[in-house]
Design a protein around this ligand. Structure first.
Ligand SMILES: [Zn+2]
Length: 313
């Protein structure tokens, strides 16, 4: 039976003398090495359920061949308050890499993870929850040798992959070069963003997400096991570009599409209504593509995202 070892990474010393630290769970100490980090966004908790399942799998099988380090609960205060950002600084940790004083506490957390990620790993995986979504992998669209390798890893997983971002000016504008993967890939460190749907523990999407992750670990020779099936996602998504569509007005969302569904040019993906139910705005785009994630109902603020799509440039 494989045993876990746990060490704690100190994050903060607080004025009452207590310390906040987060656990790093490690399996094995030889062979290929993978680092998993999650969650940088404190309101995305499905990755934690997935990690428990992976730990159970490793500990109850003899599949371990290389080494795996998992840092759990990175956005400690975000988890506590169910917030995307780091509540201490009000900043997005995943826009604060490589870390530094100008990002306050989120820069401090980012720096700890960034330094760890440089310790010779064969792959760094950053796992997120993407809401009502298909599971998908995001690869930073940087024309580097390492990206060919990342495509091979993504393809083997069976999980659809998309490029970040459809517009490179916006890639830098949104600070996507300051994500964990963005900051690593540009230096040639292999790194992927793995996005999970926010669904139940045993739902089909969760099983597929688990199988995709096991496939990645087996492709990397961290695990020695057969390839697992990942079903039901459009393969045409592969190699398209991620794009977020926003509501200009804000209002009540009514969505017409499901994650994984194809759409044509100028098709209504959702409408934004006022409180009387009148349509204020149609969410549509001048290209065809696939829905990656979408908000079905609820209130959206002006210029808040309604859907993430995969489309041609
Ligand atoms: Zn996230």
């Amino acid at each position: 039976m494989v045993k876990r070892s746990i060490r704690f990474i100190p994050l903060f010393k607080i004025f009452d003398g207590s310390e906040v630290s987060i656990p790093m769970i490690s399996y094995g100490d030889s062979g290929k090495r993978v680092l998993i980090v999650t969650p940088l966004h404190g309101n995305e908790v499905t990755p934690i359920y997935l990690i428990w399942r992976v730990m159970e799998y490793i500990e109850s099988s003899d599949a371990l061949k290389g080494s795996l380090d998992i840092v759990l609960g990175v956005n400690f205060y975000g988890l506590l308050f169910n917030m995307r950002v780091d509540p201490l600084s009000g900043r997005d940790i995943n826009r604060s890499f490589p870390g530094g004083d100008e990002y306050g506490s989120s820069g401090h957390i980012a720096k700890s993870i960034y330094e760890l990620a440089h310790k010779g790993y064969d792959l760094v995986l950053d796992i997120h929850g993407a809401g009502y979504s298909i599971p998908h992998i995001i690869i930073d669209y940087l024309d580097l040798e390492v990206t060919d390798y990342l495509i091979e890893v993504a393809k083997y997983s069976g999980i659809p992959y998309i490029w970040d971002y459809y517009d490179m000016e916006k890639y830098y504008g949104f600070g996507l070069d300051r994500t964990l993967t963005g900051s690593l890939v540009k230096l040639g460190v292999p790194s992927l963003t793995y996005e999970l749907p926010t669904s139940g523990y045993s739902d089909k999407d969760m099983v597929n997400s688990f199988n995709g992750l096991i496939n990645i670990l087996s492709y990397l020779d961290v695990l020695d096991c057969d390839k697992l099936d990942v079903e039901d996602y459009p393969k045409e998504v592969n190699g398209l570009f991620r794009r977020r569509l926003y509501s200009e007005h804000g209002g009540f969302i009514e969505a017409f599409k499901e994650p994984g569904e194809y759409f044509i040019q100028y098709e209504d993906l959702a409408v934004i209504k006022n409180i009387l139910g009148e349509v204020l705005e149609r969410i549509r785009v001048d290209k065809e593509g696939y829905i990656i994630s979408i908000r079905r109902t609820g209130v959206v603020k002006p210029y808040e995202g309604v859907t993430s799509i995969a489309t041609v440039r």
